[in-house]
Design a protein around this ligand. Structure first.
Ligand code: BGC
Length: 369
């Protein structure tokens, strides 16, 4: 059985200590040619970016932002997505190709956390620096850095939003909920779920929150491939098995992201039932619209522009022969090492703060007017 809980021991909110590790090696020049040795590399070196398939809008945005950001910084770039039909093999081949072409840094948004160690090792051996982007890569000591939003915090915010939303509709419990988690091959799925359970479990233990179906384990709540249709099918069957007879009302659904939240809402609507409080993540256009329309309750703003910019900052530091800045050196144990990480703070968004949260986002701000 796959282990879901293991890799990221994000401790509480893992206070974002701004612990800069940048000082060492700053006077080395940037014209050397051996990445990974601390000597920097050429300013127009090739940077590889291997992204998973487009299971949510953030991945679509990231590709374009990497291309423009790396171009503006003067690098050559190779940005690839894993195709949806054979994502693991495809991504493995893409990373190998980037290594062969002599990429100096390879940024990876993993399709399957546990299936890339061979490719990461080969990349490292060739002299490339490997950065895990958004999703951790497990089981290899050759992963150099991790850059992501604080995933445990994302889960905590989702759990708290679920409680707040249900309280706003019905001041006291018990509240009946269902729990969904992401794809088991994505390391983030367990971290999000653990973060949410950190907040929800005390109330479940007290009986204030009841999981109607009794399905509380991550194995039972998982959504393979982060696919909307899988969440919708599970929600359909939960409604049939648990909410059709006996007069149980579903008060809330923990959904790990927006794509799944909309599938869950769709399922509830098709069954002709009232929409419960549903959480989300990613600030996808359709979900922001749904929040403003009073359907989906919450999402999380993880501004992809910032995450890509931080990653490119790391690449620039490496190019100059400097140690990239990290702010967390304890939370992400990938089972082979604790990976130095740069974690950004996620922001919870509901209808109440949407206008403020997206004020500087030209795509989302108009939706909140
Ligand atoms: C990302 C989420 C995204 C999910 C599905 C996760 O690893 O952190 O933002 O919703 O993948 O694409």
């Amino acid at each position: 059985m796959r282990k879901f809980y293991s890799s990221a021991m994000a401790v509480g909110t893992a206070a974002l200590l701004a612990l800069s590790m940048s000082a060492c090696g700053s006077e080395r020049d940037g014209d050397g040619d051996d990445a990974g040795s601390g000597k920097g590399f050429k300013k127009d070196a090739l940077i590889g970016v291997a992204l998973p398939s487009k299971t949510s809008e953030n991945w679509v945005l990231a590709g374009g932002l990497f291309e423009s950001g790396l171009k503006d910084a003067g690098f050559k770039f190779d940005v690839q997505y894993a195709n949806a039909s054979s994502p693991v093999a495809d991504q493995q081949a893409q990373i190998t190709a980037m290594t062969t072409k002599g990429a100096k840094v390879i940024v990876i948004g993993a399709t399957d956390a546990a299936q890339l160690s061979t490719q990461v090792e080969a990349a490292k051996k060739s002299g490339a620096v490997v950065i895990a982007y958004d999703r951790l890569i497990t089981g290899t000591k050759d992963l150099d850095y991790y850059v992501a939003f604080d995933n445990f915090k994302v889960g905590q915010l989702q759990g708290q939003a679920l409680i707040d939303g249900m309280k706003a509709k019905k001041a006291t419990g018990p509240w009946t909920v269902e729990l969904f988690s992401g794809s088991p091959d994505d390391n983030n799925s367990g971290v999000f779920f653990n973060g949410a359970m950190d907040v929800l479990k005390p109330l479940i233990d007290k009986g204030d929150i009841v999981v109607g179906s009794g399905q509380k384990d991550i194995q039972q709540t998982a959504t393979q491939g982060w696919k909307a249709e899988n969440a919708q099918t599970r929600m359909d069957s939960l409604l049939t098995s648990t909410y059709n007879t006996g007069g149980k009302t579903l008060d809330g659904v923990l959904s790990p992201n927006d794509t799944l939240a909309r599938a869950i809402i769709q399922s509830v609507k098709s069954a002709g039932k009232p929409i419960p409080v549903v959480t989300g993540q990613d600030s996808e256009v359709e979900s922001v619209k749904s929040i403003m329309a009073g359907e989906q309750y919450s999402t999380i703003n993880k501004d992809t522009r910032k995450l890509v910019a931080e990653t490119i900052n790391m690449v620039k530091a490496l190019q100059g022969g400097n140690e990239p800045t990290v702010n967390d050196t304890k939370s992400y144990d990938n089972k082979a090492k604790v990976v130095p990480s740069f974690l950004l703070p996620p922001v919870i968004v509901t209808k109440a703060n949407a206008a403020q949260a997206y004020a500087d986002d030209p795509k989302l701000a108009p939706l909140t007017k």
